[in-house]
Design a protein around this ligand. Structure first.
Ligand SMILES: *[C@@H]1O[C@H](CO)[C@@H](O)[C@H](O)[C@H]1NC(C)=O
Ligand SMILES: *[C@@H]1O[C@H](CO)[C@@H](O)[C@H](O)[C@H]1NC(C)=O
Ligand SMILES: *[C@@H]1O[C@H](CO)[C@@H](O)[C@H](O)[C@H]1NC(C)=O
Ligand SMILES: *[C@@H]1O[C@H](CO)[C@@H](O)[C@H](O)[C@H]1NC(C)=O
Ligand SMILES: *[C@@H]1O[C@H](CO)[C@@H](O)[C@H](O)[C@H]1NC(C)=O
Ligand SMILES: *[C@@H]1O[C@H](CO)[C@@H](O)[C@H](O)[C@H]1NC(C)=O
Length: 450
């Protein structure tokens, strides 16, 4: 009997020892480990006046002071023209979006599609259509909504952005891409950049033009002031949008007035301009801009980033490298006074757009100088550029970025981490302890039953 008790005691001692070793192994060198944050996705349709594009964005689910670090994954240009051109065939507008949606579905992991917020923002083209016939605008939106709802995404609605929203989201995009809102520091962290001024944004679209900047003074008028909170910092902006004074509309009016294109354009432009809406029937370009931008208020301040239409025209005229205002003025007029047939000979590949460069060039000059009151001095603060940090500029990135404020943060998942060898050792000793314990119990029962 004696030896049986000894065996049991030995087995129990071994169980205890193994348990203690397992406990020690699992307690030493344990580290706190954060699992990498998940990735969130968002889709934004930019339904512009001339075409529609779909942007796929992503950001890490943990945010910086409440705002996501958003990057563009993919963009897809919708075939055909803008959705406002489907006024008489609304179903066509919906159908046109499907190839791009299908493409986005191949990028976003299937398990995340249902939580992917999806927006459609329409700009000046739809603003004009709504003004002309709101029933038609609603029909287009209904068809577009129907088409997007066929895909497994979290569709948050189609909306017409106001010109001020378009301008201020463009401002966010510019400053985000130029690292003036947030910057990845040498220390390997995202930080609010010190000693950096934000830039103003100048946008010339197909049917509207926007100016947005930090005025440095308080803007009383709620219509033109906008407040953003991004990455923990408040920004108070002045923003103003002029509908129907965008490039295409201005051009239509200007060109309608020019009957014989075989002569120099400049001489006639400033004396004849046709109409846009009934509400604006100006006699010449100067009074035309003066009428709209007329009682322009806060003086322009700081550096400006001029993109889209501003860039396209000035890059053709080689005016995007910070030339002086007098040089720019001379170049535009010089171009306008060139003989038409000579121009066509010099730029045969640009024949279609040639007449627009003169008109838009003059329009830009008048808008910036007589409208916004840039002078020889402040002119050098305008940077004409198409891209910032290799990314095309538009309102969609800023829109997505501002919306990440509202999309809940996912707390980082904290886990306890063990080195694999220690972990394997601990597991082995736990198994040994269980086995010896079980053997002890079985032997005890076996001997008792005898
Ligand atoms: C656009 O149309 C072309 C030719 O019809 C086609 O090859 C292409 O896949 C289309 N792209 C999209 C995004 O619909
Ligand atoms: C607006 O469009 C609808 C639908 O196409 C049409 O029935 C209506 O007559 C239009 N209204 C105006 C004012 O043109
Ligand atoms: C977050 O806010 C804190 C306090 O306002 C600030 O010090 C920090 O720079 C901000 N972080 C970023 C990434 O902007
Ligand atoms: C602001 O906008 C509203 C509606 O568009 C207009 O009625 C009002 O006069 C505007 N206010 C100012 C100060 O311009
Ligand atoms: C920023 O704006 C929010 C309201 O949007 C306000 O509660 C907060 O106090 C402001 N912060 C600063 C530093 O001005
Ligand atoms: C930006 O996002 C906030 C929510 O974080 C929203 O309340 C605000 O209206 C947005 N700004 C604009 C101009 O849409």
């Amino acid at each position: 009997m004696e030896y049986k008790a000894k065996v049991i005691a030995g087995l129990l001692t071994a169980t205890c020892v193994f348990s203690i070793i397992a406990l020690i192994l699992s307690a030493v060198n344990v580290k706190d480990v954060f699992l990498p944050p998940g990735t969130k996705y968002g889709l934004v349709f930019d339904a512009g006046s001339t075409h529609t594009a779909l942007y796929v964005y992503q950001w890490p689910a943990d945010k910086e002071n409440g705002t996501g670090i958003v990057s563009q994954v993919e963009s897809c240009t919708v075939n055909g023209s803008g959705i406002s051109s489907y006024a008489d065939d609304p179903a066509g507008a919906g159908a046109s979006l499907k190839p791009c949606l299908a493409k986005a579905m191949t990028i976003i992991p299937a398990e995340q599609q249902r939580q992917t917020p999806t927006y459609l923002g329409a700009t000046a083209g739809m603003r004009l259509l709504r003004e002309q016939n709101s029933t038609k605008a609603e029909q287009v939106f209904a068809e577009v909504t129907k088409a997007i709802r066929e895909y497994p995404v979290d569709f948050r609605g189609a909306q017409i952005l106001t010109g001020n929203e378009e301008g201020s989201f463009g401002w966010i995009t510019v400053n985000y891409l130029l690292d003036t809102l947030i910057k990845f520091s040498f220390a390997g962290k995202w930080e609010h950049p010190q000693n950096t001024e934000v830039l103003g944004a100048l946008d010339l679209g197909g049917a509207s033009t926007q100016i947005t900047f930090q005025p440095g003074v308080t803007i009383e008028d709620k219509n033109t002031s906008v407040l953003f909170r991004l990455y923990g910092t408040n920004y108070s902006l002045y923003t103003h949008s002029y509908l129907c004074y965008g490039q295409t509309q201005a051009l239509k009016r200007l060109i309608a007035a020019l009957h014989q294109v075989s002569q120099p354009l400049g001489s006639r432009i400033c004396s004849t301009i046709s109409h846009c809406h009934e509400k604006c029937l100006p006699e010449n370009l100067y009074t035309y801009v003066e009428k709209v931008v007329g009682n322009w208020e806060p003086p322009v301040r700081g550096q400006f980033f001029a993109f889209s239409g501003f860039y396209y025209t000035f890059s053709f005229l080689n005016l995007t490298s910070q030339q002086s205002l007098s040089h720019v003025n001379a170049t535009v007029w010089d171009f306008c006074n060139k003989n038409w047939s000579k121009l066509v000979e010099t730029f045969p590949e640009n024949k279609e757009h040639l007449h627009t460069y003169c008109v838009v060039g003059l329009y830009i000059l008048t808008l910036l100088v007589d409208g916004y009151k840039f002078d020889e001095h402040t002119w050098s603060n305008i940077h004409f550029s198409q891209k910032a940090g290799n990314t095309d500029i538009g309102w969609t990135l800023g829109f997505m970025l501002n919306l990440t404020n509202m999309i809940p943060t996912e707390a980082l998942e904290l886990v306890k981490g063990q080195q694999p060898s220690l972990w394997a050792g601990a597991i082995s000793f736990i198994v040994l302890a269980i086995v010896t314990g079980l053997v002890a119990i079985l032997l005890q029962c076996f001997w008792k039953s005898k």
